[in-house]
Design a protein around this ligand. Structure first.
Ligand SMILES: Cc1cc2nc3c(=O)[nH]c(=O)nc-3n(C[C@H](O)[C@H](O)[C@H](O)COP(=O)(O)OP(=O)(O)OC[C@H]3O[C@@H](n4cnc5c(N)ncnc54)[C@H](O)[C@@H]3O)c2cc1C
Length: 395
């Protein structure tokens, strides 16, 4: 892959910048957004979809823009620089690829355009109490009753289920067979009677995750993806797509450059020396910068592999581990930069309240706590190390 950007690449970059200047103006570029307003989020998603840019990795025939890996890279970089919302990962990085790869033609016609355009907001019903890392042990049952499955069980940690229209669920359809041969992949309308969503508030103060209870939920058999009891294959395929999207390299770069800016701002430190003049602090920043660069090259190699027709493989576990570690290290450093001002919990100040320190300190603690999740979700980092040991190192 040629990493020197050509004239065409630079023109492409300018096209993205022009679009963002018009559609994601300066006043929206206020730092990382961890809380989601449903309508705003959907509006942004639709804007990108209308432009044909919402799903850079999808094949062109299903609505992808047909970009080269370099163009995808430039696009992601410019989106991160402008601090836009991410597009909904459940739609674009998760269920979409499963549908265009394994669903029948009717399901593709029914679900792909709505998924691409965010007319359906999907959530992910994989984890259950007691079945996270050991996902195949899940117990939510789907029993066939004529043209329907009757689903009973519960899911947990379901991100943004409070906003979701549909849930893609792993369910057990054979109580006798081996765990991996008894699971099916079912699409369920969240409005179906028998579904209850209860919030879980995380230690950062966010309402991102939920419990979902399913009681005698009747799901038409036509909502089954692929073959009954073959869901484990589709589930693993989805997880590889999910993990490669978690690295967040560009977001890390943006966060780090913001951190550098603040740590170099003389006006914040009065007579005291600025943090960037502190050798120990500079060492920490440089180490992160070097690791980030290495991650970026690994990500580019994965993109080049995709161009050569390889889907995301076990290397997505490497991206997941390193990317999430870096996100955590940067959030840790942000607390260090905020110093004592990170101590009061100032999350969600209203317009009338005055923060106790400079603006960058307001979300430092909440951001730090929020980022603890990254090494757990999408399959914990310990489990990713097991995958690398087995699938890459052959141990
Ligand atoms: C913020 C957040 C959002 C999430 N969103 C979703 C979602 O939308 N949908 C969804 O389905 N799930 C979601 N999850 C669930 C997530 O995928 C699981 O939390 C994750 O897979 C870990 O499972 P667990 O919580 O059951 O931990 P456990 O499996 O109980 O693991 C506990 C600890 O033991 C370690 N461990 C377990 N087994 C092994 C082993 N064999 N070898 C080494 N170490 C091991 C783990 O790494 C971990 O550190 C989310 C989780 C979080 C935190």
């Amino acid at each position: 892959m040629d990493l020197a950007f050509t004239k065409e690449n630079e023109e492409f970059r300018q096209e993205i910048r022009d679009f963002l200047d018009e559609n994601w103006p300066e006043e929206k570029r206020t730092g990382e957004v961890t809380e989601f307003g449903r309508d705003e989020y959907i509006a942004w998603h639709k804007k990108l979809a209308a432009k044909g840019w919402v799903a850079p990795s999808w094949p062109k025939e299903y609505g992808g823009p047909g970009w080269t890996p370099t163009q995808k890279y430039i696009f992601a970089e410019e989106m991160a620089k402008a601090e836009t919302f991410n597009v909904l990962p459940f739609n674009i990085g998760m269920v979409g690829p499963v549908i265009y790869t394994f669903a029948n033609e009717e399901q593709k016609k029914r679900f792909l355009p709505a998924t691409l355009n965010c007319d359906i907001w999907w959530c992910q019903g994989y984890s259950e109490p007691g079945s996270g890392s050991d996902l195949a042990s899940l117990r939510t049952k789907a029993v066939r009753d004529g043209d329907h499955y009757v689903v009973n069980g519960s899911k947990t940690w379901t991100t943004l289920a409070q906003h979701a229209d549909w849930i893609f669920c792993l369910v057990k359809t054979d109580s006798e067979a081996k765990a991996q041969e008894s699971i099916s992949f079912l699409l369920i309308d969240m409005k179906t009677p028998g579904i209850t969503v209860r919030p879980i508030i995380t230690m950062g103060g966010d309402h991102e995750v939920n419990e979902v209870f399913l009681e005698d939920v009747r799901v038409p058999v036509e909502n089954l993806i692929g073959e009954e009891n073959k869901g484990w294959t589709y589930a693993k395929f989805l997880l590889m797509h999910e993990r490669s999207g978690i690295a967040g390299t560009h977001v890390c770069k943006k966060a780090l450059s913001r951190l550098r800016e603040v740590a170099s701002d003389k006006s914040l430190y009065g007579d005291a020396p600025i943090l960037m003049d502190d050798a120990e602090f500079r060492r920490k920043v440089s180490e992160i910068e070097m690791d980030l660069m290495a991650l970026e090259y690994t990500e580019l190699r994965a993109l080049a592999g995709e161009e050569a027709g390889k889907g995301p493989g076990a290397e997505s576990s490497i991206l997941k581990i390193r990317g999430t570690e870096l996100q955590q290290r940067i959030s840790h450093l942000a607390v260090e930069v905020a110093g004592y001002y990170a101590m009061p919990f100032q999350r969600g100040l209203t317009g009338n309240e005055t923060p106790s320190g400079p603006e960058h300190t307001v979300d430092a603690a909440a951001g730090y706590f929020n980022k603890r999740k990254t090494s757990i979700y999408g399959g914990s980092n310990e489990i990713q190390r097991n995958i690398i040991a087995k699938a890459i190192l052959g141990l």
